[in-house]
Design a protein around this ligand. Sequence first.
Ligand code: ZN
Length: 322
Amino acid sequence: MAMEGMVRTVLGDIAPADLGWCQCHEHVFLEKGRSFELHKALLMDDYEKSQAELFLYKNAGGSALVDAQPGGGGRMAERMVRAAKATGLHLIASAGFHKTVFYYDDSFLFRESEEQLADRFIREIEEGMLSSQMDGERRLPEKAGILKVAVDEGGLHRDATYEKLFHAAAATVKATGVSILAHFEKNSDAFEVLRFFEDAGIPANRLLACHLDRTRHDLGYHRELAAAGAYLEYDTINRLKYVSNEQEIALIQGMLEAGYQDQLLFSLDTTNERLASYGAPMGLDFILKHFSGMLEQAGVGKEILRHVMVENAARAIAIQAV
Ligand SMILES: [Zn+2]
């Protein structure tokens, strides 16, 4: 198991107290591949621009972020390492998998057995990340610190590939103690996923349920999931085609009123259409610079925001024996 209680960044393990302001689901680097073929916004392969975005974030008060692009699925490991050194930010890399539609037919995802997949994910966390697709299979000394999983429409029993991927994911969390960054689709059943991991002996507080503020914008459902012990990771902030910021804030207030201030996480789930250095009208600093003020006007003060961004994030992503 990785070192319990620590946060595993690409430049080494750090104490949770040293993490600082952390957005737990971002995409700052993404290489050209299948994702780009499907959505032109899914390409952030200009090192200088991505680094400039990270400095923008740091200058606004950012300290850490999770890059949610998993290994072999467009993650740019070498660039993350280089940018972490250049900016001084704590960058956390993802092992694991995204939706299978984002992979070419000859990908490891389809080829490897459940055991091979678990071995691949565990070694990325315990030994070192594999280089990005373009550079082949070279292993870096720098490690991934979280496990990305993606729940497609139809859930985790959608097909045999998802079945083996989720079983490999459970084995990875049990072996390493990392938490699970879960992508959910429209009307995904988060409880199916929660129960699956619980049946495997993994506590609910290892699950960071992402995107439910856009895929299942339903306060009652979110409260139930929080009551079960999961983290609700809200990353539809300023994605106005899905949800207005007023709706987003109302959801946050509803969760706070019900006492779930310890189980919220906020992020932006960026693409090149949401990164200022790539020409977008907003950037990684949006929560720090703009959303914080909107929240304050709505009565959600800076202390609560810091609690979510700093303390909750550190607790949610720290290594924990299961
Ligand atoms: Zn994402």
